[in-house]
Design a binder for this molecule. Structure first.
Ligand SMILES: [Zn+2]
Length: 348
């Protein structure tokens, strides 16, 4: 099979698995003859086809790591984006390659799979994550501390991989997700399965986010208070456990990863009593004794927010097996709220 066909096949397969991909998260790439096919921003993995991938010149992409860029976030990211767009091969200039293109380019291997699965993020968003990753996987993986996305992250990962021993096939990004790189899709499958099995073996408490009954009737009022038109509700065992008290909900009030900032906003609210509730200026709210709500100006927006809220519940529970949750630092949440590249993804 041709490289591009293999890439499309495994992109669709992983993209269709809700345990691995939520809304617009995750991307894939393949390299052949100095060209990298990378998933475009604003396209869903499960709908991958030939047009979902931008063809980029790898040699030109690597030159970006050697350049000096402005200090200011906005100026730097705009300059890097312009340089990155200039790496598209002729005829591909209208495409918008993933904001994570540079990270994919760093791997020598033919195929790269980048995901944000809740189980793996349970480790990547935990206080003991780095030590636990070392204990479980040794030098076979590179751990990249949480930092600003875009060029800052690409540069940091570039430095980390340069100093790592041997050929690196797995990179864990703190408060973000995981990269797998291999020369065949079968090898990617094996690597993902291996990590999933080993982490599952460490989990002492599993989330239960798919059960629970009907919405108890507060949705309409809360939606009005939020200024939105649509809501989604989750009254599962895990949602109810978080909704028990202010102490219990604490781990759900701030985001774990960029996906949550993009789809659920910079934080969640806790409502003690719906009768007395004032304006709900959040996309996600947890109501004491009731469960979790998400809001949106469209149905899709409310649903996507719920996907990521469920993801947050899972991460919060999984992280307890790795020393407890570690949230995205406030400075990074602030950065993401204003990042133009992510507003593009939200359009999904
Ligand atoms: Zn990512």
């Amino acid at each position: 099979m041709r490289t591009l066909e293999l890439l499309i096949e495994f992109s669709q397969r992983y993209g269709a698995d809700p345990e691995l991909v939520n809304a617009g998260g995750g991307n894939t790439s393949a390299k052949v003859d100095g060209i990298m096919y990378i998933k475009c921003s604003g396209t869903a993995l499960k709908e991958a086809s030939e047009v979902s991938f931008a063809k980029m010149d790898l040699k030109k992409l690597f030159r970006i790591f050697e350049r000096t860029y402005p200090e200011g976030d906005r100026e730097r990211e705009a300059a890097v984006l312009a340089d990155m767009m200039a790496c598209c091969t002729p005829g591909e200039e209208h495409k918008r390659p993933s904001v994570e293109t540079l990270l994919h380019a760093l791997f020598e291997q033919k195929f790269v799979l980048h995901l944000h699965p809740a189980l793996i993020n349970g480790l990547a968003c935990s206080r003991g994550g780095e030590a636990e990753a070392k204990r479980l996987f040794g030098d076979a993986i590179v751990w990249v501390p949480a930092c600003r996305p875009g060029y800052t992250l690409a540069k940091l990962m570039y430095e980390k991989m340069k100093t790592a021993k041997g050929r690196i096939g797995v990179v864990l990004l703190e408060n973000h997700g995981v990269f797998f790189a291999a020369d065949t899709p079968g090898e990617l499958d094996r690597m993902l399965r291996d990590m999933t099995e080993r982490l599952t073996g460490c989990i002492r408490e599993f989330p239960k986010t798919g059960d629970g009954g009907a919405e108890p009737g507060y949705g309409k009022k809360l939606t009005k208070l939020s200024g939105c038109e649509y809501f989604c509700y989750n009254g599962s065992t895990t949602a109810k456990a978080f909704a028990e008290s202010f102490e219990a909900v604490k781990d759900m009030l701030t985001p774990f990863n960029p996906d949550q900032v993009v789809y659920c906003g910079p934080g969640a609210g806790f409502i003690d009593d719906v009768e007395k509730a004032g304006a709900v200026n959040k996309r996600m709210a947890i109501v004491r004794g009731v469960g979790l709500y998400t809001f949106g100006s469209t149905e899709k927006q409310a649903q996507n927010a719920m996907l990521l809220a469920e993801d947050a519940m899972k991460i919060a529970v999984y992280s307890r097996s790795f020393g407890g949750p570690r949230h995205l630092p406030a400075e990074l949440v602030e950065f993401l709220v204003h990042w133009e590249a992510e507003s593009y993804r939200k359009a999904l």
